[in-house]
Each structure stands twice: as C-alpha cells, then as structure tokens.
Design a protein around this ligand. Structure first.
Ligand code: 4AD
Ligand code: MG
Length: 466
C-alpha cells in the first residue's frame, strides 16, 4: 500500500475534528467484533491508553484480509475520519484500505483473551507491554524519567554519569555482582591458592555498582550540584514486592547543603514528580485507578497537600514501642527499621509521609556525618505510604579525621578509599545527597503492588529472562 495519506498517532487522531479527512494509522488490533455487514476493529498504537475504532464495510474488502485481522495483528489503515455515533469516543475511522503487516494466530497468541493475571503476564514479559496495564505503566515510567531530568536541569544540577563497573565495594549497600572475564572453571591462582585477580580484565577484582554516590561526591566537589540516574545492582536474596536485583536510582549530591536543605530538596522533588504525573499522565492514572487501586489519585493528591512529618529515629522508636502493636520483628533502639515499622509510622501513626533522621551510626554507612552525641549520624530516610523507604540519604562527613576514623572502625580498606578521602583532604566542603529508588517511586505513582510490574524486564533471584 502506498503511503499517500498523512500518518497519525492515535493520541492525535482522537483530538481531530476535521471530519472527512483521509488519514493513515498503524497499530495493533486489540479486538475485532462485527456483524454480516461491518467489522469493528479496536486499534491501539501505544501512544495513548485509548483505542480508536476502525469500521470496515465487509463488501469493500476481500474475505481473506478480514480473516487475518485478529487480536494482536498489526495493521496499516487508510480511512476517513468520521464523527463516531458510538458513546465514549469522538471519532472513528471508516476504512478505505487495510494492509496487514503481521498476523497473530488466534489459536496460539497468548494475549488473545483479556483479563490475565499480573503473575501470568510476568511469565510473558516479552508480550506484556502490549496490554493496557503495562503500556500505561511504561508511559508513566517515561514521563517520570523525563520529569526527573527536567526537575534537576531547571535547578542548575548537572547529570553526571558514574561507572557501572566499579573496583570499590565500600558503600556496603548490598551484596555485589562480580564482573570477571576469568575462566570460572579454571581461574588462575596465586601460590597461596587464592584467585589471581591481577590476571582479570581490569587487573583487579571488580563488580557492578550498588550506588553511584561515592563517584557522585567527586562530581559535586567540582560542579557543585550533580545528580546521577542509572541502573544499580544488588545481589540480595530478597523476594519482596519492593526489591529488584537491578533497579534504577536517582542520586543527587549537593555541595554546601546541610541535612535540612537535603530534606527540602527530597520533599520538593517528590512533590514535583507527583504533580507532573497528575498533569501529564492522567488518562493512564485513571485507567490504573479503575483497574487496581481506587484510592490512587486521592493518595497522590493527599501527599501533595501535606508537609512531610520530620522526626528523629529515636522518637520514632519510642512511638513504635509505645504503640502496643505486635510486630514480626521486635523494635528497640539500635535495631534497623523494617518495612512493617516504617509503614506503621506512615500509615497508622502520622498518616502522611515521614522523614526520619539521626539514625544510630551502627546501622548506617561509613560516610554519614557524625552527630556530636557520638551515637547517631545525620541520615535521612523518606518513608511513603504502601512503600516504606523510598529515599535514603544523609549529610556527609566532611572532616578528614572523623571519616578516616570511621573507615578504620568499620574495617574498610584505607588504601582502597584513598581517592574518596582525597575529597576531604583537598578543599573539603559540607555536602549532602540522597538516593531515590526509581521503581519504588513508580510503585507509588502507579499504585501497582509489585515492583516486578513497574520495570519492563525485572531481574530478581532466579529470574533473568531475555
Ligand atoms: O538506601 P540506599 O541503599 O542508599 C544508597 O544507596 C545511598 N548511596 C544513596 C545516596 O545517599 N546517594 O538506597 C537508596 C534507595 C532506597 O531508599 C530504595 O528506594 C532504593 O534505593 N532501593 C531499592 N529499590 C529496589 N530494589 C532494591 N533492591 C533496592 N535497594 C534500595
Ligand atoms: Mg536505605
């Protein structure tokens, strides 16, 4: 079929009102129904959640073509734009000619029927983007990525690319995935029997990064305000609906910010992203609300309307201990908070997002700024309804001696951290930063319950298909 008519995305077609205009559209069949005279073909091209209806008068088409048009097939349609007599849509297309790009045999196409469970769809991750649910989620995912760049760019931050392969494992944020080209069957060995990493690709032991923060700090000490936004990898055996082995993280790092500036930025950013979603993704949000979570949009608005509660870890532990609630993991000063504790504070006690600060130093990373009490550090975790921790961050220890002491206390190799310590040796500055888990944000924005359903190809223990 010659391309003789202007081609439109369905998103734009649905807004046209110049009836009689002949247009071209390309997309996939969501359903076909009809009678003896007419076929009604619902088409979607991914540009928007809504389908457009193509009406074909059977007498104008050969039977063979019409037979090939089934759910999942890909078509190019020329047709004229007409006002739709049906409810719920302004326009439809009266087909003039139809080219079938690709068929989808109804007997074997897995998405032939509607209403599959999310669990089933996870098993066909190569096809699930074609469902309404996943196309909505992935459009929102795009919008959130774009909004993150816009938020930081508008505020003078620079996007810094930190390495994915790293030779330092000091962050201690999670177990590492090793990167090697050594023959795993027969690795070269030193005299003492240990593996000789000098012969590995990089001449040392390397792994996939768990965070871009430490390198991000190097950038902040030159550019002032930076952020990273990239994949991070943690080999934790966590089978929870909130953990992935490969997830995306946004990590801003700001020279001259203290913990309060850091909290303000985190709260502003989250509210900006929620606002952006409400303004740009409302069709998709309404669809997800209808299908999965009838409080979704009111929850988003609620978070916007209220300042986040800010309090110290010590106070939070007191609240939890006084709550009388029986937690699966008992809580006491010094214990790391579990998601059940975080959610109790957010959902039952304060009934709004919470920022907890000043955690015991033993349960936090070595780089966090030490408080004068000698027991706590200037950490901040942002806790959200239904999610628990969505952001983790801190003011950083900028004093060379204090940082070095902590590195030694924690048994981290001083030599390996020389490059990092140099930031405190040369022109050190007070600074802060945090990490937002992008898929945790996506869980909150979409109302989806499982983190595997907000990333196109989830990597979790025992699962790395495609
Ligand atoms: O709290 P985390 O471990 O903090 C850091 O990595 C710091 N270096 C961040 C910084 O200060 N620049 O991780 C940050 C966030 C968590 O709050 C959570 O939202 C997300 O990353 N996250 C995960 N998301 C999905 N799957 C996992 N396994 C995650 N682990 C952490
Ligand atoms: Mg954390």
């Amino acid at each position: 079929m010659k391309e003789q008519y202007p081609s439109y995305k369905i998103k734009d077609l649905l807004k046209l009102t110049d009836y009689g205009k002949i247009v071209n559209l390309k997309g996939w069949v969501r359903s076909k129904r009809g009678n003896k005279q007419l076929a009604f073909i619902a088409m979607n091209d991914g540009s928007v959640i809504h389908n457009i209806q193509v009406v074909a008068e059977l007498e104008k088409f050969d039977e063979e073509t019409i037979k090939l048009i089934s759910t999942g097939a890909c078509l190019s349609v020329n047709g004229s734009l007409v006002e739709s007599p049906g409810q719920g849509q302004q326009v439809e297309i009266q087909a003039i000619n139809i080219e079938v790009y690709g068929t989808a045999d109804a007997a074997i196409y897995p998405l032939q029927k509607k209403g599959h469970t999310l669990e089933f769809l996870r098993e066909i991750a190569h096809l699930r983007p074609r469902t309404n649910t996943f196309s909505a989620v992935f459009r929102i995912r795009h919008a959130m990525s774009f909004a993150i760049h816009k938020f930081f760019n508008d505020r003078g931050f620079f996007y810094l690319h930190t390495p994915l392969i790293t030779g330092s494992d000091a962050e201690g944020a999670g177990a590492l995935f090793q990167v090697t080209t050594l023959d795993m069957e027969k690795p070269p060995r030193k005299e003492d029997g240990s593996i000789d990493y000098a012969q590995d690709f990089f001449g040392k032991r390397t792994s996939l990064t768990v965070s871009g923060q430490l390198e991000g700090e190097l950038g902040a000490m030159a550019l002032g305000l930076i952020y990273t936004f990239g994949p991070t990898f943690r080999a934790e055996n966590s089978y929870t609906p909130r953990h992935l082995a490969e997830f995306w993280m946004i990590e801003p790092e700001m020279a001259f910010y203290d913990i309060t500036d850091n909290m303000n930025l985190a709260e502003d950013m989250l509210k900006y992203l929620i606002t952006y979603a409400l303004e740009h993704c409302i069709d998709d949000l309404e669809f997800l609300q209808k299908m999965y979570d009838n409080e979704l949009i009111s929850r988003l608005n609620f978070v916007l309307a209220n300042p986040f509660e800010r309090l110290a870890y010590t106070e939070a532990v007191e609240i939890l201990m006084a709550s009388g609630k029986k937690f699966e993991y008992p809580v006491g000063w010094g214990t790391d908070l579990q998601s059940e504790h975080e959610r109790y504070l957010v959902e039952n006690h304060f009934k709004k997002p919470v920022i907890l600060t000043d955690y015991p130093k033993e349960i936090k990373a070595f780089y966090m700024k030490q408080n004068p009490d000698g027991k706590t550090v200037r950490a901040m975790d942002v806790l959200f309804p239904k999610i628990g921790e969505i952001i983790g961050g801190s003011q950083r220890e900028e004093k060379y001696d204090l940082l070095l002491n902590r590195i030694r206390e924690m048994g981290i190799s001083e030599k390996e951290m020389e490059w990092y310590l140099d930031t405190r040796k040369f022109g050190t500055a007070p600074h802060s930063g945090f990490g937002l888990g992008f898929e945790r944000l996506m869980l909150f924005i979409t109302g989806m319950a499982n983190i595997r359903d907000v990333i196109p190809f989830p990597r979790t223990p025992q699962n790395a298909e495609f």
